[in-house]
Design a protein around this ligand. Structure first.
Ligand code: FES
Length: 103
C-alpha cells in the first residue's frame, strides 16, 4: 500500500520522539522524521535485535512504532502531526484492544 506524503512548503511541526522534542517538516512520514535521531533503529525484535525502517512503503513492517500510545503502527505510512508522541517499540507488544493498523 502506498501512501503519498505531501511535504509542506517548509512548515515545521513539533513531535516528541522518546519524549524529546523534534522539529520536522509537516507532511513527512514518522519514519523519515526519526531516522536520524533514532540512529536507524525504531523497534526491537522479541529477541532484542534492533530493527529500523527499510522499504519506506508499507511492505516490510520493520518500522513498527508506538505512535500516540498505539503500538504496531507502520511509521513509514503515518504522516507527522503537531504534538505527536512517537516511541520505539520494544519486542512484541500485547495487541490488546488497540490492535494494529494492518489488520
Ligand atoms: S519501512 Fe517497510 S513497512 Fe515501513
Amino acid at each position: 500500500m502506498f501512501v503519498k506524503t505531501t511535504p509542506s512548503a517548509g512548515r515545521q511541526v513539533t513531535i516528541y520522539f522518546e519524549d524529546q522534542p523534534l522539529e520536522v517538516e509537516e507532511g513527512i512520514s514518522v519514519a523519515a522524521a526519526v531516522l536520524g535521531p533514532s540512529h536507524g533503529w525504531t523497534r526491537t525484535t522479541h529477541g532484542g535485535h534492533k530493527r529500523g525502517p527499510y522499504c519506506q512503503m508499507g511492505v516490510c513492517f520493520e518500522c513498527l512504532m508506538t505512535i500516540n500510545g498505539v503500538p504496531n503502527q507502520q511509521a513509514c505510512l503515518v504522516p507527522v502531526a503537531e504534538g505527536m508522541r512517537v516511541n520505539r517499540q520494544n519486542g512484541v507488544p500485547d495487541f490488546g484492544k488497540e490492535g494494529c493498523n494492518h489488520a
